[in-house]
Design a protein. Sequence first.
Length: 469
Amino acid sequence: MEERGVTRRNADESPAPRTQSRNKSASTGLEGVREAARRNRRLRFTALLHHVTPSLLVESFYALRKQAAAGVDGVTWHDYESQLHGRVHDLHREIHTGAYRAQPSRRVHIPKADGKMRPLGIAALEDKIVQQAIATVLGAIYEQDFLGFSYGFRQGRSQHDALDALSEGITGRKVNWILDADIRSFFDEISHEWMLRFLEHRIADRRVIRLIRKWMKAGTIENGRRTASVRGVPQGSVISPLLANIYLHYALDLWAHQWRQRHAVGDVILVRYADDSVMGFQHEGTARRFLAEMRERLAKFELGLHPDKTRLIQFGRFAAKDRRARGLGKPETFDFLGFTHCCGQYSGGFKLVRLTIKKRMRATLAAIRATLMRRRHDPVPVQGRWLCRVLRGYLNYHAVPGNMCRLGGFLSEVHRAWRHALMRRGQRPRMPWARFKRLIKKYLPPCRVVHPLPSERFHAKTSGRSRMR
């Protein structure tokens, strides 16, 4: 019962007893949930909250980012760590007795690459801990349900896995048209009613549903004013990525997978990362029919496609030849996960070229220039180590085959910006290039390919399994 107290000594023990034979252990904990979800895709789980133990709450706490901003409670990660083992049992008791109350998120705005502002919701620290624990429990179920072309915010999958799948789909299948689809204000437009209905397909534990409803209804605080939440989930909260994947799994993925099998003519590929989706089609008619029916499908669940960011373009191995014959110029490009995808040629054949998006690269370069000028009086080793961390992180993501020319130009501009900042440290600017090149060699990483070819990593990870379920 929700009103009962929590036992003091066995809260961390396994919820399942040993088998009568004592030779085989029963499948317990989240592994048992995972196995049950895998065996029966229609099974509804009636008891899940008991998996949220003090040990899981501690693990969830250490899974959070240590340097994350504080929520409305003002408690940081390091503040909470000093009282963790005393507070976690109280938090566990509040969850299981129904005394837990979700706090509103602190609303902040960060700049986007296009110059607009993106609203984020920063939850209180204890809300983050409980959300992380519930996300761990629900993830054991929904990882068995999510389809293969869904890559966003999933365990064992990254942006580069999605990029590799897209690259292999375009080069290995008969793709002549690309639909670049973006859902408008997705996190802000999620319907609470539909979200709870989707969850109830799998979750029959009313206590878990009640927790998720509390987080969705908690609202936000901005400039001292609290705003009630009637739709949407705070972008930036711990559990929002999982809820977004569940919403799109039922609203889009299952429908798109069935549509591809029943109505598509020719090859069709699908890759989705969060609310950004790229679909490839062999025939233009199939692509336009899919786009029209996709709009109707999303409208049913109170979502819509962004009119400026959703485009259907001719793209693929025959795009350049067909457009040249019609006098239309070069094939159009599309952006996905930080890269501009272009139609290229090598030895007379088709080659998919992926380049860092120029707009984002310029924004990153402007931010580095500003920070270097602000820190120009720091010791040179301090500047060098900071710049090395920034560039290494940037290169670890963008250093893919075919992007070295653009990255080389980016690094050259960073070098010039650092030299300019060092020369502004005094009234007599002296930084000969010979001396500065020694600093580059000592502190900054070189420009080299970090990622393998998409085909190598993609086939190594799939290991003969189906490319897309």
